[in-house]
Every structure is written in C-alpha cells, then in structure tokens.
Design a protein around this ligand. Structure first.
Ligand code: FES
Length: 115
C-alpha cells in the first residue's frame, strides 16, 4: 500500500497526488476518499489539477470528466477509463492500494465507444 498522508491533509473538495507505479490522485468528496490514476487518458494532464464536480473530476486541459467511482470518462475527448484504486484509512492515515487493471466494465465500455 502507498502512504498518502494524514486524513486532515486532504480537506473536503481537495486532492493530493502520490507516486505509485504511476502518479495517483486522491480526492476528498464530501468526506469520501477516491483514488484514480492521475494522468488523463487523452493527453498528458494531471487530473489532481482538475475540478471536482460531484463525484467526477474534470480534466484541466480539454474538460473530459472522469467518474471517480469507476474511472470512466463521461465523453470525448477521453475514451479510455483511468484505473481506480482502493483507499484505506487507518488511525487517521490514508493509504492507497494500487489496482493492477482498470475496472472491467469501464474497459468494456471504452472498447465499445472506440468502435
Ligand atoms: S488531456 Fe484530459 S481531456 Fe485532453
């Protein structure tokens, strides 16, 4: 697991970036923590620099929105989901358990969108 920081270091509505095998963004949405790959699947933009809209983040470069629960983009220009990761809070400390693959349903959806 990857240590992210103290829970108090991630205020509601904010995000932090940590390094796993790739950069991972951790978001606090009204007290619920979500982690996704930080790099947009369209081009090289950091999603932790994007804007939270409910349970989605809008990419700061071309405005694709990714659902933080599934990693799925809501529409173009991004077509491929980002990976989602489990977040664990233990004794006020936040950890991310990095996933190996993208959510299977999200990957299937991306494949159909690309057809
Ligand atoms: S880089 Fe994210 S939508 Fe283009």
């Amino acid at each position: 697991m990857i240590f992210v920081g103290e829970l108090s270091d991630i205020p509601v509505g904010e995000s932090v970036r940590v390094q796993g095998t790739v950069a991972i963004a951790v978001f606090n949405v009204e007290g619920e923590l979500y982690a996704i790959d930080d790099t947009c699947t369209h081009q090289d933009a950091s999603l932790s620099d994007g804007w939270l809209e409910g349970c989605a983040v809008e990419c700061p470069l071309h405005a694709a929105c990714f659902d933080l629960r599934t990693g799925r983009p809501s529409g173009p220009p991004a077509k491929t989901p980002v990976r989602t990761h489990a977040v664990v809070v233990e004794a006020g400390q936040v950890f991310v358990h990095e996933s190996v693959t993208v959510d299977a349903q999200a990957a299937d959806l991306a494949a159909r969108v690309a057809l």
